[in-house]
Write a new protein. Structure first.
Length: 374
């Protein structure tokens, strides 16, 4: 069996030693590998639909993703964004967990500067109590995108500078050893093991290393800064009660289809909404790809769209397998968090199904023999 040009033994690995953390552990990697594929869904709205429907679509999509064998299903936090319905991630995560049976469920992430650490700890304590052993706590440092949103949330832009202190306080509430508020306890969270992940780049990656937490990172600034941040994270990693070694989750959009052109088309709706948001300040609902391609674009917008697409992975199964192999070889990723969304939900599911089949050939034990075809 094969994954692109890399021929692999087809055998799923046994758990590698830290199931309570929801991630493999054990010996350091000796060959490029992907042991885990997971999904982040931002609950995008679509032309002709509305936000309530988008949230119901997310829950239904989670059931499909579980059936395909993905490891995690995460939801996100965005406020006052017309094209994104996911504004209350812990509430939505509860709905996803209730609708599924085995897949890990979490947030990618809760934007901690928008909340008090005690409240976040309590929310994840409730989730872990109701769905023991299935909950992940992904944390980010973003605040509202506009001054009006930040004001409505009761925060300022520089509140993000306190992210490190907030993470430490939150972890202290979970462990029961925080000292900032004597006599205050996060019930029912205190003493529960809720794996924490940091969504970060730059200084955030250094914070993940200092605290001994898994790092979730996307190549939003290009390959060079991505590799630099990961290298710095690994070099500075301090083992913790949660993780004895660095753990890197690389987040990116991936589309699989019968042809490279069809795969690339799947990525256009979300890429175009992203480009539109940077020029108009509003992330719009996803539109059909045919409408986008029929819209007259300025040369600058077309260049932006092409750059957005070039930073993502799209192609046939063999092509995607090769691109994933290269990504894992360069980053040493322990896990890939797939963020693909598009207007046509049936086509999106077909892509995730195709990706699961591609990755099925890649799952192997660390001592599997890897042969590269001539």
């Amino acid at each position: 069996m094969y994954w692109g040009r890399r021929y692999l033994k087809r055998r799923r690995p046994e758990p590698l030693g830290a199931p309570e953390l929801g991630m493999p552990a054990g010996p350091r990697r000796v060959e490029p590998r992907v042991s885990t594929l997971s999904v982040l869904d931002r609950s995008p709205t679509r032309r002709g639909g509305d936000a309530p429907r988008a949230l119901r679509d997310t829950v239904a999509f989670a059931r499909e993703i579980e059936a395909l064998g993905y490891h995690r299903f995460w939801v996100s936090e965005h406020h006052s964004v017309p094209g994104v319905a996911g504004s209350a991630p812990t509430v939505l995560a509860a709905a996803v967990a209730a609708a599924t049976e085995r897949i890990r469920v979490g947030t990618g992430g809760v934007m901690l500067p928008n909340h008090r650490p005690l409240v976040v700890a309590e929310q994840f304590g409730v989730l872990e109590s109701l769905f023991p052993g299935r909950v992940d706590m992904g944390l980010g440092r973003s605040v509202g995108f506009t001054g009006g949103v930040r004001q409505a949330l009761g925060h300022e832009k520089d509140d993000a500078d306190r992210f490190g202190d907030q993470v430490r306080e939150l972890l202290g509430f979970l462990a029961g050893d925080q000292t900032a508020y004597p006599g205050v306890h996060a019930v029912p969270a205190e003493g529960l093991r809720v794996p924490a992940f940091l969504l970060a780049t730059g200084a955030g990656a250094r914070l993940a290393a200092e605290l001994g937490l898994p790092l979730v990172i996307a190549p939003v600034r290009g390959e060079g800064p991505l590799l630099e941040a990961i290298a710095g994270y690994r070099a500075g990693f301090q083992p913790s009660a949660q993780s004895s070694r660095p753990y890197v989750v690389v987040s990116t959009a991936i589309a699989v289809a019968e042809t490279a052109e069809r795969a690339r088309r799947l990525l256009i709706p979300e890429a175009w909404s992203t480009v539109y948001s940077r020029t108009h300040g509003v992330f719009p609902p996803l539109s059909p790809v045919e409408e986008i391609l029929a819209t007259p674009l300025s040369e600058r917008d077309r260049e932006r769209l092409d750059r957005a697409l070039d930073g993502q992975i799209a192609g046939t199964p063999d092509e995607v397998g090769d691109r994933l192999a290269d990504l894992v070889a360069k980053t040493g990723a322990d896990e890939i968090l797939v963020t693909t969304s598009t207007f046509d939900q049936a086509e999106r599911l077909d892509s995730y199904r195709g990706l699961a089949e591609v990755a099925d050939h890649a799952f192997r034990p660390l001592d599997a023999v890897v042969q590269v075809a001539n």
